[in-house]
Design a protein around this ligand. Structure first.
Ligand code: AMP
Length: 417
């Protein structure tokens, strides 16, 4: 399958080449023809499947094919600012090669509204926004949605999951009834189903679940105190060019990043309390290689899109199975292979083992437990010894750092060094 055979115009074919895409991904092959034909589309696609281009390309092609009109003529709603920024960026890069270069406006919350209002003064053809800020702009008469011909809901499950349902309905109420609607979602819970039923007219359904991202999942049992040394060893040995390490809090993110930095790793940090500028800088640093390990919280990493991420490490487990899917989906994108490593700590406050079992159950996949030589968990090993599961005690004479860290974690454990 080629982009040309899907009906893309020569200018967009050139834009696609400039993006470095050789052939369409599965969701692009399936979505381009019906979107170009003006049909509504409901696409079940994981992040990383190439879904942004799957709607951006045909949307732009349809836009430039008909005479200019006051805009916005297309509205893309995204759940997070990161996703909105990335989507607008792709749209702008693609649009740059078109004759009547469509203007792409971008709006998201958490920053001053004034520059966004100013930017809209000259009008726009495509509006990419998070729902809350779009409503603010509408309240300020920054734009009208009366001319919208095409609506895209990106990551609809997250849009609904993040409490945007009411805001979404308020936006939808302002859209003209006659329009094309495209809904992309990684999962299809009842709320998304209801939204699809409300929004879409005889949609073409696309489900590309048969081509999941190629992610090798690993679950490593170790003690909490061993996580940092184990992570350092993995980073050194695995040959990952770029890795994303997930933690549960801003505090841990800073801590882990600082410790890695102190050990000579090119570490960066991404969490919700960073300024927009700082986030942009660290993402740029990850892209250009000056940061190789990004330590992030879930909030900050939503919708994050980094090419060629070799590995995701769950330094701390995510709260929900949905977050797990989302986290590990940051690697193995667009046909590349990736590794997702989860640390399972028997001595963590929550019961990590049963929590991870729940995650496995939800995703319908079992991940074999492993131990890293030199980092075997004391708590679990002791228990196994008691039941005859582990034979020798020689593991106690391992490296210095193991002893050090084990000593820290030793309160409550019985064995003596
Ligand atoms: P998305 O699912 O839109 O987040 O895209 C995931 C990644 O796939 C992005 O980094 C895109 O640059 C990349 N990508 C999208 N389409 C293609 C394609 N046809 N060939 C290669 N990479 C692609």
């Amino acid at each position: 399958m080629s982009f040309a055979s899907l009906g893309l115009s020569p200018a967009l074919l050139r834009a696609v080449r400039e993006q470095g895409y050789h052939a369409p991904t599965a969701v692009q092959s399936a979505a381009l023809p019906p979107i170009l034909a003006g049909r509504d589309v409901l696409a079940l696609a994981q992040t990383g499947a190439g879904k942004t281009a799957a709607f951006a390309l045909p949307l732009l092609q349809r836009l430039v094919a008909s005479p200019p009109r006051p805009g916005p003529r297309a509205l893309v709603l995204a759940p997070t600012r990161e996703l909105a920024v990335q989507t607008a960026q792709l749209l702008r890069e693609l649009a740059a090669l078109l004759m009547h270069r469509p203007r792409v406006a971008l709006a998201f919350g958490g920053v001053s509204i004034n520059p966004q209002l100013m930017a809209l003064r000259g009008g726009c053809d495509v509006m990419v926004a998070t729902p809350g800020r779009l409503l603010d702009l509408l309240d300020h008469n920054g734009l009208t949605l009366a001319g919208v011909e095409c609506l895209v809901l990106d990551e609809a499950d997250r849009l609904l999951g993040q409490g945007f349902a009411d805001e979404l309905q308020r936006v939808l109420a302002q859209l003209p009834a006659r329009r094309q609607s495209l809904l992309f979602s990684a999962t299809f819970p009842p709320a998304v189903e209801a939204l699809a039923a409300q929004l879409l007219r005889e949609p073409v359904r696309i489900d590309i679940e048969e081509a999941p991202p190629q992610i090798t999942q690993r679950a490593i049992q170790l003690d909490r105190a061993q996580r940092l040394p184990a992570l350092r060893q993995m980073l050194r040995d695995a040959g990952w060019q770029r890795a994303l390490v997930f933690v549960a809090s801003r505090y841990t993110a800073e801590l882990v990043s600082d410790k890695l930095h102190a050990h000579g790793f090119k570490a960066g940090v991404l969490h919700g309390e960073l300024s927009q500028g700082a986030r942009r800088d660290v993402l740029a640093a990850l892209k250009d290689g000056s940061v190789a390990v990004l330590v992030a919280t879930d909030v900050a990493a939503r919708g994050l899109h980094v090419d060629a991420l070799d590995a995701v490490v769950n330094y701390e487990l995510p709260r929900s199975a949905a977050d797990y899917t989302h986290r590990i989906g940051r690697t193995g994108r667009a046909g590349a292979t990736g590794t997702a490593v989860s640390f399972i700590c028997a001595d963590s406050a929550e019961n990590a083992e049963s929590h991870f079992r729940l995650i496995e159950k939800r995703q319908g996949q079992r991940v074999p437990r492993e131990r890293l030589p030199g980092f075997e968990p004391q708590a679990v090993a002791t228990e196994a010894q008691a039941t005859g599961g582990i034979k020798s005690t020689t593991r106690k004479s391992k490296k210095d750092k193991l002893r050090e860290a084990a000593a820290q974690a030793a309160e409550g454990t019985r064995d003596g060094h």
